[in-house]
Every structure is written in structure tokens, then in C-alpha cells.
Write a protein that binds this ligand. Structure first.
Ligand code: SAH
Ligand code: SF4
Ligand code: F3S
Length: 457
């Protein structure tokens, strides 16, 4: 087997960052990454099973692998579908040699040795109950703008519809000292923006007992060289007021909170086992709305959960207006293996789910069209992510995580990727902002060269 690999990543940010760690580990073992699967000795597929569609994509892709059998290639399926389906994957796709869930990646070096020795049925599926996180100093940071740091892995919430507690195992946090040491390392590498990650990032509990989540955010925000700190995903149940206070007190903490509500109806939230009510959620919104800064709020929602009535759905629609989200990712309920909701009758007809999703998205679009208007004439600091030469525009990102397409002043040189500059907003759209660079100071950090990570949603 040639020591080259191709990796493809599906799913959430945690999975994308896991791939960065897997790439680092493979490179450490002497493998070289290639961008075309035809050139690869090892094909790695980091999978997602959050909804049925995501899982189907995996099996569709595995079928495509078939045509590459017999070319001396090895195949590895890792991530959430690997953990969920386990050895069944060998039956469905006999040409796969390695199946491993995220809790086993620590053992990748040994698994790779076995693969190289010719073993054809290697599994890493039994580590979800061990009390360790996957940390590696070999992380290949493929995102040129953001340095990701996992601070907590797994989930203990067991929402009735969700596979994550089964695929990623129990909740386990890293010590604040190890998080801060990793942050220091990547800031020294040249990153100015850090995003801390966890399925429920604010359920973080420092095993050394030294810092709360809000204190950890503050410490990261105060680190020399850091300009932006982001965190995803927060859970309403563990959302405490000191997080908003930390944001008010620390300018480097970005003006954005992703706080998925899932439903606006307390009855549905109870059936989902979300452990909070509509009122509880709205109280947290009032803290955020009351902050000194304009904090952007985004959410995930599920329509058509078993038993969701028209009145329940109406509560979700009214919640949109009460919160005024800047963006909502809405999904039709998808029954998932092993979860309690799979035993409930999937009682909402597909057409009803489709219609509810359409109504929700339409209402949210109206809200965004109006709510984005608040940015008109504001001057926002934007980090440059790239250019759109066809339109003569620079593509940047605001602290609130909004895309800002802007033009430079006449005679002003194109800014370097990763630099920060002030942009006056001249037009607002439902999903992005348009503006012109101001003459103010431009901050240019040291440049970094990385190849892009393939992430398919
Ligand atoms: N830990 C985060 C969410 C992680 S999963 C939280 O609790 O908020 C990302 C999103 O996928 C969820 O917020 C939910 O909206 C959606 N999701 C999860 N399971 C789903 C299912 N079975 N059907 C439809 N959407 C689902
Ligand atoms: Fe899934 Fe709920 Fe855990 Fe989020 S909190 S990952 S939705 S079980
Ligand atoms: Fe993420 Fe999908 Fe797994 S959303 S945790 S990769 S099921």
C-alpha cells in the first residue's frame, strides 16, 4: 500500500476538526495527503449520521468505492456512522479494512500499523466509555483563518431524537491548562482567531476545577496575540449569565452565540427531553438582548417531531419573532437508530414536515431581511477571507460571523487574507452584508500557507 491518503469529511465542525487531527496523525506516521482519491493508497471517510440523509450519503459514497477495488487501495470509515454501524460496515462494504469511532482516534497509530501489516478487519469501537479526549500535537490545521480547539467531547444529554451520545460517547472535558497551552501554541503559529468546540461547549467542566467556562473564555480572550474567540455549540440548559458578562467585559470574544432551541413549544421540548421550557430559553435570550454589545443569536430547529401539533408549530414561529435570530438551521425530524424517538410513531406526514419547514424558513427570511438592516451605515471590523475577482470584491467576516462583501477605496491595495480592516456597510441582504473599506487602520498578522480541507455538509 502506498503511504498516501485522501480524506473526505462530512458533518459538524467537531468532525472537521477531528479530520485535522487525523491528518496530523497520518502525516506523523509518514503518510502524505493527496487531493485526488485515484492517487491515494488509503482512502479515509470521516462520516456523519445526524440525519438519515447524511447517513445515506455515506453508503452512496461507499458504493462508489467499489469501482476502485483491486487497485491495492485500503479504505477506512471513521466518525459517527462508523461508530453507529460498527462491523456491519464490513458486511455492506467488504473492501473496507478499518472502522473506527471518534473516541478511538488516540489509537490510530497502532491501527495504522496493523493496516500496513495487511490486517483487513480492524475496528476501534470500544472506547466511548473511557475517560479521555483525543488530543494530539500533530494537528494539521487546514483552516487558514481559524484555529479550532476541542475543549469538551461527547454528550450526556440524550435528547430523544439524537445519535450523538451514542456515536461520540460520554461527556469529557480537557483541563483549562491544556486548552490554554494549545491556544498559546496556535497563536504562536500565527493564528489570531480561535474557536473552541464541543457538542455542548458550555457544559465544559474543568477536570482540575480551576476555571468555569466563562473564565476559560475570558482567559483565552485576554491571551496576547488573540483578536477573536468564538465558541460552538452552546446548550440552553447550561447557558449561564456569566457567559454574557464575559462577552461584555472582553472585546475579543466575538458578538455571536449559537444557541439551538429546537422548538418553541414547551410540550415538544419536553417530549424531546431538552430539559428546559420556552420561558427558560426566553429568559436566556433576555440576558443576551440586554448585553452592552449587539450579540448575534443563531439557532437550530427541528420541525415535525412526533406529536408536534399545529399549535406547537405556531409556538416555534412566534419564537422566531420574539428572538429575532440572525440565522436558523431548520431540519425535518429524521428518526435515528438507537434513539428513544425512533420508537415513537413518526406521526407527522412528510408533506406536513415539508410545509412546516417552508413556513419556518420563509418567516425567518423575512426576519433576517429586516434585522440585518440594523447594520446599514455601521462600520464593522472584518477579517479578510478571500477575494471574488469576478465581482472585484473582497470577502470578509464580521465578529458576528456574517459574510461581508466589500470593495476597497480607489487606489487602496487588496488586503492580505487574514488581515482585519474596518468596513462601512452600504447595503444589507437577508444573508450577507455589502460595504466599502474605510481608510482606518489595517491589521495584518503573519501569513500562513495551508491547503484547504474538504468539508461536505
Ligand atoms: N449539541 C447541539 C446540537 C448538535 S446536532 C445541541 O444540542 O444543540 C446539530 C443539530 O442537528 C441539532 O441542533 C438538531 O437541530 C439537528 N438534529 C439532531 N438530530 C436530528 C434528527 N434526528 N432529526 C433532525 N434534526 C436533527
Ligand atoms: Fe444531541 Fe441533545 Fe446532545 Fe445536542 S444535547 S448533541 S441535540 S443529545
Ligand atoms: Fe457531528 Fe454528525 Fe457526528 S453532526 S457529532 S458528525 S453525527
Amino acid at each position: 500500500m502506498s503511504k498516501t491518503f485522501y480524506i473526505e469529511t462530512f458533518g459538524c465542525q467537531m468532525n472537521a476538526h477531528d479530520s485535522e487531527k487525523v491528518i496530523g496523525t497520518l502525516e506523523r506516521q509518514g503518510y502524505a495527503q493527496v487531493q485526488d482519491e485515484a492517487d491515494a493508497g488509503l482512502i479515509v471517510y470521516n462520516t456523519c449520521s445526524i440525519r438519515d440523509k447524511a447517513e445515506q450519503k455515506v453508503f452512496h459514497r461507499l458504493n462508489e468505492y467499489k469501482r476502485m477495488q483491486g487497485e491495492g487501495k485500503r479504505f477506512a470509515v471513521i466518525g459517527c456512522v462508523a461508530q453507529q454501524e460498527g462491523e456491519k460496515i464490513f458486511e455492506k462494504a467488504p473492501y473496507v479494512s478499518l472502522v473506527a469511532g471518534s473516541a478511538s482516534y488516540r489509537n490510530l497509530p497502532q491501527m495504522l500499523d496493523r493496516l500496513e501489516a495487511g490486517e483487513r478487519r480492524i475496528t476501534g469501537l470500544d472506547d466511548r466509555q473511557t475517560d479521555e479526549t483525543f488530543e494530539t500535537e500533530f494537528t494539521a490545521r487546514t483552516n487558514p483563518h481559524r484555529g479550532y480547539i476541542t475543549i469538551i467531547e461527547g454528550c450526556d444529554k440524550f435528547c430523544a431524537y439524537c445519535v450523538v451520545p451514542y456515536t461520540r460517547g460520554k461527556e469529557r472535558s480537557r483541563t483549562s491548562a491544556s486548552v490554554l497551552a494549545e491556544a498559546r501554541r496556535i497563536v504562536d503559529e500565527g493564528y489570531t482567531e480561535i474557536q473552541v468546540l464541543g457538542q455542548n461547549v458550555n457544559s465544559y467542566r474543568d477536570p482540575s476545577g480551576r476555571m468555569s467556562f466563562a473564565e476559560l473564555l475570558t482567559a483565552l480572550g485576554q491571551m496576547n496575540g488573540i483578536r477573536r474567540v468564538r465558541f460552538t455549540t452552546s446548550h440552553p440548559r447550561d447557558f449561564t449569565r456569566d457567559i454574557v458578562e464575559a462577552m461584555d467585559a472582553t472585546p475579543t470574544l466575538c458578538d455571536h452565540i449559537h444557541l439551538p432551541v429546537q422548538s418553541g413549544s414547551t410540550a415538544v421540548l419536553q417530549a424531546m427531553q431538552r430539559e428546559y421550557t420556552r420561558e427558560w430559553y426566553l429568559e436566556r435570550m433576555s440576558w443576551i438582548h440586554g448585553a452592552k454589545r449587539d450579540i448575534s443569536i443563531t439557532s437550530d430547529m427541528i420541525v415535525g417531531f412526533p406529536g408536534e401539533t399545529d399549535a406547537d408549530f405556531e409556538q416555534t414561529i412566534t419564537l422566531l419573532g420574539a428572538v429575532r435570530y440572525d440565522s436558523v438551521f431548520a431540519f425535518k425530524f429524521s428518526p435515528r437508530p438507537n434513539t428513544p424517538a425512533v420508537a415513537m410513531e413518526d406521526s407527522i406526514a412528510e408533506e406536513v414536515k415539508t410545509e412546516r419547514l417552508r413556513i419556518l424558513n420563509e418567516r425567518q427570511r423575512e426576519i433576517q431581511r429586516e434585522h440585518y438592516g440594523r447594520h446599514l451605515n455601521q462600520v464593522l471590523e472584518c477579517m479578510v477571507e478571500g477575494t471574488n475577482p469576478a465581482r472585484g470584491q473582497v470577502v470578509g467576516r464580521s465578529s458576528q460571523n456574517k459574510t461581508v462583501n466589500f470593495v476597497m477605496q480607489p487606489g487602496q491595495p487588496a488586503p492580505a487574507v487574514g488581515s482585519y480592516l474596518p468596513v462601512r456597510i452600504t447595503r444589507t441582504l437577508p444573508n450577507s452584508l455589502v460595504g466599502e473599506a474605510e481608510a482606518g487602520p489595517v491589521f495584518v498578522p503573519e501569513q500562513r500557507q495551508r491547503s484547504p480541507l474538504v468539508v461536505l455538509q
